[in-house]
Design a protein around this ligand. Structure first.
Ligand code: SF4
Length: 114
């Protein structure tokens, strides 16, 4: 699941969010959500040390993810939303097919009545 979004740092606690290896270690996320992000012991990167447990923490982590300049904070539920978009695309295809069938019926009706 995580292969497409970049390799995760091993220290991330499991859950919805993780930091991948694109992290630049400048610490913006740690400032925005100090309860949830921690700097690695070798001081080379940041990782998710605690998944958000309150609405305030969730908002802070989502804000940090949106402000990360290299998109290193991955929200696995955001990728689920992408799946919903393809469902919407599928709905559009169904509507298009119905529209084409309706146009075909109209053409047949016009030919039959002339
Ligand atoms: S904001 Fe992004 S790049 Fe910066 S430290 Fe956090 S995860 Fe790393």
């Amino acid at each position: 699941m995580r292969g497409m979004e970049g390799k995760a740092h091993a220290e991330n606690v499991s859950g919805r969010f993780y930091v991948n290896k694109n992290c630049l270690n400048h610490g913006l996320c740690k400032v925005l959500a100090p309860q949830n992000f921690t700097q690695s012991s070798d001081q080379t990167h940041i990782y998710v040390s605690k998944q958000p447990e309150t609405s305030e923490e969730l908002a802070a982590v989502i804000d940090a993810a949106s402000q990360c300049p290299v998109n290193a904070i991955i929200d696995t539920e955001a990728f689920s939303v992408a799946g919903d978009v393809s469902t919407t695309s599928s709905d559009m295809k169904r509507h298009l097919i119905r529209l084409l069938l309706l146009a075909l019926v109209v053409v047949v009706w016009l030919l039959a009545s002339s």
